[in-house]
Design a protein around this ligand. Structure first.
Ligand code: ADP
Ligand code: MG
Length: 246
C-alpha cells in the first residue's frame, strides 16, 4: 500500500460561521489520495469542488474534521507551519492562471523558488528555463503573460506550479478556459509530470473525456461525495508495481 498524500475524515466547512448567513457547503467528507495517484474531481457548479481543493491545498481550514497532508495532521499547526507544509508539498494550477502581468514568463516561474526557498537567482533561472522548455515554451521566456495565448499562459502557470517539485498538484478547472486542443495539451502535461515524478494530481474538470483518462474519478454533489470510480488497471499500487519512469 502506498502512503497517503491526502487524508480527510469527516471534514465539514461552513462559510459565515457565527453570522446570520452561516451555511455549510461540505457535509462530512472522507477522502484519501495515495502518493502518485491521478484523480479527477467532478460535480455540478456550486457543489463544493473549489472549497474542497482549497481545504486540501491548505488555503482554507475546515470548520471541523481531520485533515492530514503528506502524513502531517494540520490540527496542531500554526499559520507558519501550514505555510511551510503547503510550500513544501503542494503546487496549484487555477482556471485563471494568476500570473503576474508585469513580469516575464521566466520571472513568473522563478519567483516561488526565490521567495519561498531563497534559491539564488541564477539557479532559479536555470530551473525555470528547464521547466519552460519542458512545457513547450523555450523561446518565450521574456514574453509577458499578455503577449501569450491562453493555452501558453496556462502552461507557464503549470511550470510555475512545478517549480518547487510538489508531491501534490491541485488543479482547479485548469482547462476550463481553453479551446479543445490547448486543453488536451495542458492535461497531457499534468499526466506527464505525474508519470515522471509520481506527484499525485487532483484535477477538477467538467470534461468527461479528460476525467475518463484519470485513474479514478470522485464525484461531489451538494457538498457530499456521491461516487468514487476506479478505472482500468491503473490503481496507484499497480502503477507503482509496474514501475514508473523517473
Ligand atoms: P464549485 O467549485 O463546485 O463550483 P464552490 O466550492 O466554489 O463550488 O462553492 C460551493 C458553495 O460554497 C457555493 O454555494 C458557493 O456559493 C459557496 N461559497 C464558496 N466560497 C464561498 C465564500 N468564500 N463565502 C461564502 N460562500 C462561499
Ligand atoms: Mg469551482
Amino acid at each position: 500500500m502506498s502512503e497517503s498524500i491526502v487524508e480527510l475524515k469527516g471534514v465539514r466547512k461552513s462559510y459565515g460561521v457565527g453570522s446570520a448567513v452561516e451555511s455549510e457547503v461540505l457535509h462530512g467528507i472522507d477522502l484519501r489520495l495515495r502518493e502518485g495517484e491521478f484523480v479527477a474531481l467532478v460535480g455540478p457548479s456550486g457543489s463544493g469542488k473549489s472549497t474542497l481543493l482549497n481545504l486540501i491545498g491548505l488555503l482554507e481550514r475546515p470548520t471541523s474534521g481531520h485533515v492530514a497532508i503528506a502524513g502531517r495532521p494540520i490540527e496542531g499547526l500554526d499559520e507558519a507551519g501550514i505555510t511551510e507544509l503547503r510550500g513544501r508539498t503542494i503546487g496549484f494550477v487555477f482556471q485563471f492562471h494568476h500570473l503576474l502581468p508585469a513580469f516575464s514568463a521566466l520571472e513568473n516561474v522563478m519567483m516561488p523558488a526565490i521567495i519561498e526557498r531563497g534559491v539564488p537567482d541564477d539557479e532559479a533561472e536555470r530551473r525555470a528555463r528547464e521547466l519552460l522548455a519542458r512545457v513547450g515554451l523555450a523561446g518565450a521566456e521574456r514574453k509577458k503573460p499578455g503577449q501569450l495565448s491562453g493555452g501558453m499562459q496556462q502552461r507557464v502557470a503549470i511550470a510555475r506550479a512545478l517549480s518547487l517539485s510538489p508531491r501534490l498538484i491541485l488543479a482547479d478547472e485548469p482547462t476550463g478556459n481553453l479551446d479543445t486542443k490547448s486543453a488536451e495539451d495542458v492535461f497531457e502535461l499534468l499526466l506527464e509530470f505525474n508519470r515522471d515524478t509520481r506527484a499525485a494530481c487532483l484535477i477538477v474538470t467538467h470534461d468527461p473525456r479528460l476525467a475518463a483518462r484519470c485513474q479514478r474519478k470522485i464525484e461531489i454533489v451538494d457538498g457530499r461525495i456521491v461516487d468514487g470510480v476506479s478505472f482500468g488497471p491503473t490503481s496507484a499500487d499497480e502503477y507503482a508495481m509496474r514501475g514508473s519512469p523517473r
